[in-house]
Write a protein that binds this ligand. Structure first.
Ligand code: IVH
Length: 671
């Protein structure tokens, strides 16, 4: 019999282990175990704590999720007000900030720390004896709201500080920016739209709205993240420089943004500014500029603050990436799920270095909200999402000739019925034989992360659908050389190539096939999980909703969607015909995590580009064979795959003695 004491010991050990994995995953981006293995550890801990509830502590990793809905949020007065920042909008203003600081420094040497200005919401975290005690929003700067339960769901917020043997103040306050990663933002909005809820206008609103959610279980699903940027002990700053404080925060277990620089002059700050502006689109979070801070905390104290903002810091805001242009037309696209998306066709305009001629209008509600008409002049912005969006109509430019737009009553492609579920914002064409949906499904089936049928692009699929040569993906495998060669702009040679591509696609991995089927809510990662779990399309098709829901990484929405898809007779027929055509529907040895020793459990880092593959493809090939792709090189990295223009990761790999593969080497490893 396990005594309370031995259980207590196991609980402590588990907590330590989980904390270490959380940090590896959320802070270092360098996990050692799979999500499923992590969940198992957490489950075990939960079970033990249920047996011995008196041993539950507020810093236990189990306390991050699933709290009861709070009744509003209590107010907390900030010990030190959370000030805002003076904004500079030009390099001249930045230089003027430097001039003011130089004057205040009276000849003493000045250093600056330049950081990214993350577009999220600020939070103050209180640690009492190294344990997270409270999380407080900025509020009006003087009084904020206590959202501790929600903050606990953010995996990059340590519930306990790591002190590495150093002595630290009993009361510490860490300030930082809570944000929603770009990828999560897009997914959150897509989900909200599907559920009939309004979209968040930008990642900042999404983060703010989420943080103030009363039910922390919802917060937990939204995957908020945090970058720490300030450390206060009681009322003072514990380090001589801000730079040291940032490095300490990192050691204590926080994520601190890696794009930071210690600058010895304002010119160095400006250089950093310009460099980061070009990298802005590559970040997985929104930034709206840069923050420059005086490095010395003694000088910070000396410079002090105005009512509103400190004199020792300034924000440099990047120019908004906006432009005005005219709406030439509004057209409606039909996606593979039948969803109708209105799109504004714009007079081409230059925006942040690219020519933009289209902006999404999302749905009918959004058109109504904006009041946009055909012929209107509009303000557009390139923000957190890939396609620019319309911000507002410039009503003063209206001539009276603008035309109101109405969503079509029938599908603009097939003339079929349109269904708008009560409470949902998206209208869908529900015709089973809609050509647009079929086209979307076929293009998805042939896409790179799915069955990768190269050469099967829009114009060919369009013709095949038009000529009724294919009714579903299964028909692709029945196409003959003559049929393909008969299509427009198809020479015999290219027809042969396409046929060879279709043939080759039969031996794609099961995970690719599952993804290719286009089941709602099943992205490529979910597909890989399902493939690994079930091992064959047949087993997956027979899985009950409960069996699906029982898989740790699979939620109820996915479970229902998958079951529903296989309950459709047409889909069952499609699977049967794919199998008869010789498409691989079972997991093969190379796909098996355990059997493929070259990949199983190995960690890969990608850097540079491989001419023959996209980054997503390389990732998929590694993951489907049981390998893991992480973003930074460490001693634990097994292979670095270095393509053209490989960056500093290659240098690091060489210095650590990690095996480096080029494209040929990688191909060799794939066999
Ligand atoms: S320092 C007094 N550093 O910007 C110092 N703020 O406009 C103020 N922000 O409320 C904060 N990234 O929410 C600082 N690296 C960063 C930041 C940052 C984003 C936000 C923060 C603040 C607002 C001020």
């Amino acid at each position: 019999m396990a005594t309370a004491q031995t259980i207590g010991k196991e609980i402590e050990k588990l907590r330590e282990e989980i904390r270490r994995h959380e940090e590896l995953y959320y802070v270092k981006d360098d996990p050692e175990i799979s999500d499923a293995e992590y969940d198992q550890l957490l489950e075990r801990l939960k079970k033990l704590e249920e047996e011995q509830p008196q041993l539950i502590t507020p810093d236990s990793p189990t306390q991050r999720v699933g709290g009861r809905p709070a009744e509003g949020f209590p107010e907390v007065v900030h010990r030190r007000p959370m000030l805002s920042l003076d904004n500079s909008y030009s390099i001249e203003e930045l230089r003027a900030f430097d001039q003011r600081c130089q004057k205040l420094a009276e000849g003493r040497a000045l250093e600056y720390v330049a950081e990214l200005k993350i577009d999220g919401v600020s939070i103050s975290l209180h640690y009492d004896n190294q344990i997270l005690a409270r999380g407080v929003t900025r509020g009006d700067g003087r009084i904020g709201e206590e959202v501790t339960q929600n903050v606990r769901t953010i995996r990059s917020v340590p519930l306990r500080l790591r002190t590495n043997g150093e002595s630290v103040s009993k009361e510490l306050e860490v300030r930082g920016e809570v944000f929603i990663p770009r990828s999560v933002f897009e997914k959150t909005n897509a989900d909200r739209e599907e559920q009939g809820e309004p979209r968040f206008a930008n990642p900042r609103n999404a983060a703010a709205g989420t943080l103030r959610q009363l039910d922390s279980r919802i917060v937990a699903t939204r995957k908020l993240d945090l970058f720490a940027y300030d450390l206060i002990a009681g009322e003072r700053k514990p380090f001589a420089t801000h730079w040291e404080a940032l490095n300490w925060l990192e050691r204590a277990g926080f994520r601190v943004n890696p794009h930071r620089e210690l600058c010895r002059s304002i010119e160095e700050v400006i250089e950093f500014c310009n460099r980061m502006e070009t990298q802005r689109d590559d970040l997985n979070y929104e930034i709206d500029g840069l923050v420059v801070k005086v490095n010395s905390t003694a000088l910070q104290d000396e410079f002090g603050a105005t009512q509103k903002a400190p004199r020792w810091a300034a924000a440099y805001k990047y120019p908004a990436r906006q432009a005005t242009t005219k709406v030439l037309d509004i057209t409606v696209q039909v996606g593979r799920t039948g969803a109708l998306t209105p799109v504004a066709n714009l007079e081409p305009v230059l925006l942040a270095g690219t020519t933009v001629s289209r902006a999404t209008l999302h749905n009918a509600d959004e058109i109504k909200r904006l009041g946009v008409r055909i012929g209107d002049w509009v303000l557009i912005e390139k923000g957190g999402e890939v396609i620019p969006k319309v911000l507002k109509v410039i009503e003063s430019q209206r001539t009276g000739d603008e035309k109101r737009f109405r969503m079509p009553k029938k599908c603009p492609v097939c003339g079929g019925e349109i269904l708008k579920v009560e409470g949902e914002v998206v209208a869908r064409c529900v015709a089973a034989d809609c050509a647009a949906q079929l086209m979307g499904r076929l293009l998805h089936f042939a896409s790179r992360r799915a069955m990768r049928i190269e050469g099967l692009g829009e114009s060919l699929v369009d013709q095949m659908v038009e000529k009724k040569m294919v009714r579903d993906a299964g028909d692709l495998y029945q196409l003959t050389l003559e049929e393909i060669a008969g299509l427009e702009r198809m020479a015999k040679k290219s027809a042969e190539n396409l046929l060879a591509q279709i043939e080759a696609s039969k031996s794609r991995d099961l995970s690719n096939l599952i993804y290719a089927l286009g089941i709602r809510h099943v992205g490529d990662r979910t597909a890989a999980i399902l493939a690994r779990h079930f091992g064959s399309l047949e087993a997956l098709s027979e899985a009950s909703e409960t069996a699906l829901d029982d898989i740790p990484e699979i939620g109820l929405t996915v479970a229902q969607s998958v079951r529903g898809w296989f309950d459709d007779a047409g889909n069952v027929d499609l699977c049967r015909r794919l199998q008869t055509a010789g498409v691989r529907t079972k997991i093969e040895q190379t796909e098996n995590t355990v059997l493929d020793e070259r990949f199983g459990g190995k960690q890969f880092v990608l850097t540079g580009t491989l001419p023959g593959y996209s980054r997503d493809e390389v990732r998929a090939m590694i993951e489907s064979r049981g390998g893991r792709v992480t973003s930074s090189v460490s001693k634990k990295t097994d292979y670095v795959i270095a393509g053209d223009e490989a960056g500093s990761k290659l240098d690091k790999a060489i210095s650590l003695g990690v095996t480096v593969l080029d494209e040929a080497g990688f191909r060799g490893m794939l066999g």
